[in-house]
Design a protein around this ligand. Structure first.
Ligand code: NAD
Length: 354
């Protein structure tokens, strides 16, 4: 027996509780905003201690997608899903097919994709039940792993910050500290090294550190020191919250530009602090939009084209410049300027509609 229940609808936020006891699936789909288009956002699988914790997480993530897609110029709303469970032990094809059936019931209002704890291979099972899924494998006509496109977007965003601080967007002779060299951080580091930057890296995984050192001469730094280096750019590419009340005071880089989501523990606290300290911060949801830009292309008429996804991700350069400009004109932190830009596009759309 499956339960598909709309839990609440407040303002424009809709929450759906999905329960399929036959396969042990418990998931929540949250649609935060539909002004610009269908709500696209990945499905995260994680162990939550309470349902309230899962609700808080899905709402925060869905809200984030609304502003990320708006700021990236995509015709998408914001939504996200969470599956309450252990990604290492609770997955099965039947499990993801059940999730796919719930997604299908929303008839395109919510479009799913992979996220932390889920993978391109899981989306294959979701796709058996619904067409409202992106992030499919290349073999299935999808776009595969979005990480290289995310890395390309971050690279372009970094260029805009260099231009602002050094009046040149060249990486030659620049020093860059990358926290986390996984699916995004590694190809990013590789490219920056090729363009003449001196690369410092940290990771909890010894294998990737060794590879980075051997492949492009990366200098390995302990995990608790990477953010303290006196470099041109500090690039958080691991987990969220690495810039918090303690670490923000230790940062000596001139620029922060990286791929991680929710880099600042609290935008309203660390955003102004970084501005006061003269550190240029490239807002995370703007610079790391390459992933959603990539899966968005799967919805394009005629199917996914990598060249189009890359061309759109390259526009992150201009968007970061735009935000820096708004922040300077308004005298506000870049965090606030990015939010202003994202909300402004949604509000203009609402006005046009009414
Ligand atoms: P990943 O898991 O492949 O890589 C993360 C890396 O960080 C891993 O190598 C891990 O060992 C390392 N790490 C973990 N804790 C660390 C620590 N304390 N210090 C240093 N390294 C640590 O993830 P990814 O796909 O490369 O994504 C990186 C970040 O970018 C995440 O925050 C993710 O949410 C965000 N992001 C990714 C994409 C994408 O397309 N993959 C898109 C948008 C945002």
């Amino acid at each position: 027996m499956s339960i598909f229940r709309e839990m609440e609808r407040r303002d424009s936020i809709r929450m759906y509780f999905c329960h399929d006891p036959d396969v042990g699936l418990k998931a929540i789909i949250c649609i935060h905003d539909l002004t610009l288009g269908p709500a696209l956002g990945g499905v995260r699988m994680s162990v939550y201690q309470t349902t309230e914790e899962a609700i808080r997480d899905v709402q925060r993530l869905a809200r984030g997608m609304t502003y990320k897609s708006s700021a990236a110029g995509l015709d998408l709303g914001g939504g996200k899903a969470v599956i309450i469970g252990d990604p290492d032990t609770d997955k099965s094809p039947a499990f993801f097919r059940a999730f796919g059936r719930f997604v299908n019931e929303l008839n395109g209002l919510y479009i799913t994709a992979e996220d932390i704890g889920t993978a391109v291979s899981d989306m294959r099972w979701v796709h058996q039940e619904t067409r409202w899924v992106t992030g499919l494998s290349k073999r299935m006509g999808g776009s595969g792993d979005p990480s290289p496109v995310t890395a390309f977007g971050v690279y372009n965003g970094m260029r805009a910050t260099l231009e602002q601080v050094f009046s040149s967007d060249s990486f030659s002779g620049r020093s860059i500290a990358i926290q986390g060299i996984g699916k995004v951080g590694f190809p990013l580091a590789c490219r920056l090294a090729k363009e003449g930057a001196r690369i410092f890296v940290s990771d909890t995984n010894e294998v990737v550190l060794k590879k980075a050192h051997q492949q492009f001469g990366a200098i390995v730094v302990p995990v608790d020191e990477i953010h303290t280096l006196d470099v041109d750019i500090f690039a958080p590419c691991a987990r969220g919250g690495s810039i918090n009340p303690k670490t923000v005071k230790q940062i000596r880089a001139k620029i922060i530009a990286g791929a991680a989501n929710n880099q600042l523990e609290d935008d309203k606290v660390q955003g102004p602090l970084l501005e006061q300290r003269g550190i240029l911060y490239a807002p995370d949801f703007l610079i790391n939009a390459g992933g959603v830009i990539n899966v968005y292309q799967e919805l394009a008429r005629g199917g996914y084209r990598r060249d189009k996804a890359l061309a759109l991700a390259a526009k992150i350069y201009g968007r970061i410049k735009q935000v820096i400009n708004i922040a300077s004109v308004e005298g506000i932190p870049t965090t606030e300027a990015a939010m202003m830009m994202a909300k402004d596009r949604i509000n203009r759309h609402k006005k046009k509609r009414n």
